[in-house]
Write a protein of this length. Structure first.
Lengths: 610, 399
């Protein structure tokens, strides 16, 4: 048996992330006692329509989020309880709405910092409606073996240690949430566990007081004794003492009251919960509460540590008098265990999983990313540059100093080529249309292909083939290319020619040939090809793509990486264009009619649809 | 609960039409002289100068000066401002008109379970405690304002002369109820409310007001901070922890109690008080109150730990707590372990005994980790949930 909540409790949680976390904790208890999910719905307008995933043991359940309590209740008529997990500024209204909803007869509020005036109003409303309001600032309610409302009881292991899978004989009422859990443990350790445990919250004006819960416990035949943990401030404990003294009671009362230390503290010094404040002339002091409870017949030890013995003593007396039957211990093996998470059992080496992907370049599982095993910060501190990182991530090895210098120059000279080329223009169009950077730069990026910037890979690939298959036979190479590929990638330019050479190409070739010791079979081959092609036509020169491709093959980069150099370098330029347009507040642009040849039909009438 | 300074209370009274004497709050005595040039009442009335700080017993400390003219008031302000009282420094004074008056009344309102209670007495002033039997009470239900007739009746029954005075007191009471209700006050006590019968002028000469700090989200005009609730201004270390507390999820709290030998590094608003009680019950003295709860980040617990380790002359540190519902023991103990190590390296906790008892999520990992401090030379004694919660205090006191 239990009070307030039981097997029939079905709850809606009003609130966001904290509420979801509570629902998951509650589901752990549901699994332990083999009951259906307690939480049947969420109310949280920002996440309306979502399904929240909650594990009931190994079974994945989906619980719907509604935008209003009315909607949640309309679709889930079984709900009779509401849990409020909102911030203080919104909790009052939500609690009021829940109290005013017919099917809801219990509302528990975890919110801390609800204004006192609001708390009083809510309590008066609950009384008028004949409903139970628990809290504010309550960690929740537990009915052993039946229902858990909120995160009261802590982790799964603790639920078992506190015997919460089956009812005992002790009721628990506390102001403090942490001590509700401690008290449940004490009842399991020194007695036979709890029927129900209620944390009423530490505010000055709780929705339901100690006396009301004591009365409920008195009327619950399974409860034989109650552990009450109170503290300085207010008069709830004195009222509990009065209740106990009023007439003979069936239940025994064990209590602890916090705050006696205030007797020796400097005047006015106040600790603990919001409601823990002594009134004028010692009213509500811990000492007056302790005395009142002792006089009324409660067992009140002089420190909290003494509760263990007090509970044990009461339990043994109840056993001796036959009020409580000896507890049949339940073997731990009969109790279910939460299914472990995959990560945990993999860690423990108890399961093998085929990997989904494989990586050979980097690893972020340690304290910082490592590229091919080298810590990024160590690379920085030892003087390496971005060109070395490119070497590691694209070619799996650190380039030599000479090689790194070449890589750096390749990136530098291809970083941008003015606004008119396809990539930059695409980005600028996007920027002018008000598109954000990643999308606008992607628009430019999509231009990179066979006609713009995307010839580096193929140029490198075919020059390399020429070196291997047609050494010293340029005509043979060109004939093969003509037959199988078409124009040679990396050869030819729209505006540049022998007479008007591309300075970037000139510089790159001269740098590599004159200032490095790089062995350059591909570059040499490409230059031989250029000699033959320019003899046919002045503009069939080795272009920048071809130069880069040949040099990168000589640097031993993988073929698949070659276009990456252009992509990477030009991204710098495209980002620059996007920033430039945004700095100038550019406006939307469109093509002028005179730039378009409208090769279209004359105006005519639409025929009747057949 | 948040006590506010007199100046802030006076502002509320002005807002709600409760008569107050003329007053100014200044941080600079020269400013008072300038205000004197601008305000006739400062030049022509007898003045009272009070330290405008949360210091108890201001009279005895000479921080209230009565019956001054403007020059004397400027001098008194000059003396008070910048003066150190214990750990507090006086930064501002309130200067008010000393109204010549014929009678001193008492009027207060305080919240209770069902609303609030209004208290009236025609025999106010410093002796109110001795005249407590003269006080008449009226329960004010929530969201209810009693009629002026009813309040007039109450005033008359409380010994106020029938007629105009009772009616005026009723009106002031009615406004006080409005102020209490609309400003989310928890209590307002005006003592004395004075009357000068020659021109029937009333004024609230002194007032103590508490507001519900939790309600501040709906009071955009609250431009004050609550006064410290510990009977003195906060120390620097306390302010640092409050600053951390305001930034984190969960909470860390810290109050110094000078002269104590047992430092508390305890978890939970309920359990932490029981630990303080246990120390006192076993004849010990606490060096502080501390509490962390609601799964605070480990760095915040680490900062709290270091602050506690720096308390002077402590002999024990009680790292106590109940079995937590959701505060992760491993994570929060991580912060405590770092804080203890750091403090030891800085020479703060030589010879200090550390007593640990805790349960909750990941308790075995957390307790195992803190136990390892033994190997680093800490005098540390670690217990799990099987040790009754506050019994580590008994062990410490018997050690």
């Amino acid at each position: 048996m239990s009070i307030v909540i039981n097997k029939d409790t079905r709850a809606v949680i009003i609130g966001g992330a904290a509420g979801l976390n509570a629902a998951r904790k509650m589901a752990e208890f549901d699994f332990l006692v083999k009951r259906p999910l307690t939480v049947q719905a969420f109310v949280y307008p920002p996440e309306e329509g979502q399904q929240k995933e909650i594990f009931l043991g190994g079974e994945l359940k989906n619980v719907k989020v509604y935008s209003s309590l009315a909607d949640a209740l309309a679709e889930n008529p079984q709900i009779n309880t509401a849990l409020i997990y909102l911030g203080a500024s919104r909790a009052t209204q939500a609690t009021q709405e829940a109290l005013e909803s017919d099917p809801v007869n219990l509302v528990s509020v975890i919110t801390e910092g609800v204004p006192e005036k609001d708390a009083k109003k809510l309590r008066i409303l609950a009384e008028k409606k004949g409903k139970t309001l628990n809290g504010p600032s309550s960690i929740g309610i537990m009915s052993a073996g039946e229902c858990r409302l909120g995160v009261i009881g802590g982790e799964f292991k603790n639920l078992k240690l506190c015997n919460l899978y089956r009812p005992g004989s002790f009721g628990v009422i506390t102001k403090s949430g942490g001590l509700s859990n401690e008290a449940m443990w004490l009842c399991a350790q020194n007695g036979d566990g709890v029927t129900s445990a209620v944390a009423i919250g530490g505010d000055a004006f709780p929705g339901t007081d100690f006396v009301t819960y004591l009365e409920m416990f008195e009327n619950d035949p399974a409860t034989k004794a109650v552990v009450l943990i109170g503290e300085v401030g207010g008069s709830l404990e004195e009222e509990a003492a009065e209740w106990l003294a009023e007439k003979p009671r069936r239940i025994r009362l064990v209590a602890a009251i916090g705050g006696t230390c205030q007797e020796v503290l400097p005047q006015g010094m106040k600790f603990g919960h919001a409601g823990a404040k002594e009134g004028k002339k010692g009213m509500g002091s811990a000492r007056s509460k302790i005395n009142a409870l002792r006089e009324a017949g409660a067992v009140v030890p002089d420190t909290f540590g003494g509760l263990s013995k007090a509970i044990k003593q009461v339990y043994e007396e109840l056993l001796a008098s036959g009020v409580i039957a000896p507890e049949e211990p339940i073997s731990d093996e009969l109790l279910p265990d939460l299914p472990p998470k995959v990560q945990k059992i993999i860690k423990e080496g108890e399961v093998i999983v085929d990997p989904l992907i494989r990586t050979t370049i980097s690893d972020d599982r340690g304290e910082e990313p490592r590229y091919r095993g080298y810590a990024a910060s160590e690379l920085c501190s030892k003087g390496y540059g971005i060109e070395d990182v490119i070497g590691l991530l694209w070619n799996k090895k650190l380039p030599t100093r000479e090689e790194a210098e070449i890589i750096k120059r390749i990136i530098m000279i291809s970083a941008d080529h003015g606004p008119a080329v396809s990539g930059a223009y695409g980005t600028i169009l996007g920027a002018c249309a008000g598109i954000d950077m990643p999308q606008a730069v992607s628009a430019g990026m999509t231009m990179i292909g066979p006609r713009f910037g995307g010839a580096v890979t193929n140029a490198g690939k075919y020059f390399k083939m020429g070196v291997q298959e047609y050494p010293n036979d340029i005509p043979g190479f060109l004939a093969w290319m003509k037959k199988n590929v078409g124009p040679v990638p990396g050869i030819g330019h729209r505006v540049k020619s022998l007479k008007n050479p591309d300075q970037r190409v000139k510089y790159l070739i001269s740098y590599v040939k004159n200032e490095t010791s790089l062995h350059t079979p591909c570059l040499d081959y490409a230059m031989e090809v250029e000699k033959v092609t320019t003899a046919k036509k002045d503009n069939l020169i080795l272009n920048v793509d071809g130069t880069m491709g040949a040099i990168l093959m000589d640097l031993d980069f993988p073929i698949h990486s070659l276009n990456g150099f252009f992509v990477l370098a030009r991204t710098i330029g495209m980002i620059g264009h996007w920033i430039d347009q945004n700095e100038q507040n550019s406006r939307l642009i469109r093509l002028y009619d005179y730039l378009i040849n409208y090769a279209v039909e004359d105006e005519r009438e639409v025929p009747v649809k057949k | 609960m948040a006590k506010i300074l007199e100046g802030s209370a006076m502002k509320f009274f002005n807002k709600w039409g409760i008569p107050v004497p003329n007053y100014v709050v200044v941080m600079n005595p020269d400013r008072l002289a300038q205000l004197g040039e601008a305000n006739k009442w400062l030049r022509e009335s007898k003045l009272v100068v009070k330290a405008h700080e949360a210091i108890g017993g201001r009279f005895k400390l000479g921080l209230v000066k009565l019956g001054l003219n403007l020059d004397q008031a400027v001098e008194a302000a000059r003396e008070m401002i910048g003066k150190k009282v214990g750990t507090a420094e006086i930064r501002q004074v309130i200067v008010a008109e000393m109204l010549d008056h014929d009678e001193e009344y008492y009027i207060s309102i305080a919240g209770n379970k069902d609303g609030a209670e209004l208290l009236l007495s025609s025999r106010g002033g410093v002796d109110i405690e001795d005249n407590w039997e003269s006080v008449r009470r009226l329960q004010i239900p929530l969201d209810d304002t009693p009629s002026i007739e009813k309040l007039t009746e109450l005033a008359s029954s409380a010994g106020f002369p029938e007629g105009e005075i009772s009616e005026r007191v009723a009106k002031i009471s009615s406004r006080l109820i409005l102020c209490f209700d609309n400003e989310d006050a928890q209590s307002i006590e005006i003592n004395p409310l004075v009357i000068r019968k020659s021109d029937m002028r009333f004024a609230a000469l002194d007032a103590v007001m508490n507001v519900d700090w939790d309600a501040r989200f709906r009071h955009p005009d609250w431009d004050f901070k609550p006064v410290s609730e510990i009977g003195r201004p906060f120390t620097e270390a306390e302010q640092q922890i409050m600053e951390i507390d305001s930034r984190i999820k969960g909470s860390v709290k810290f109050v110094e109690v000078p002269g104590g030998e047992v430092a508390l590094l305890t978890a939970g608003g309920g359990a932490s008080v029981f630990y303080s009680d246990a120390v006192v019950a076993r004849g010990g003295t606490i060096a502080n109150y501390a509490e962390y709860s609601g799964a605070p980040p480990d760095w915040a617990v680490e900062a709290l730990t270091e602050t506690i380790c720096q308390l002077p002359n402590i002999k024990h540190i009680i790292v106590g707590g109940a079995i937590a519902n959701f505060t992760d023991v491993k994570a929060t103990f991580g912060g405590i372990i770092n804080g203890l190590r750091e403090s030891k390296n800085n020479g703060y906790i030589d010879g200090v005994k550390i007593w640990v008892r805790r349960g909750g999520p990941n308790e075995s990992e957390g307790l195992a980790a803190i136990s390892k401090l033994k190997d680093e030379g800490f005098d540390i004694h670690v217990y799990d949930r099987n040790m009754p919660m506050t019994d580590i205090v008994d062990l410490a006191m018997n050690a």
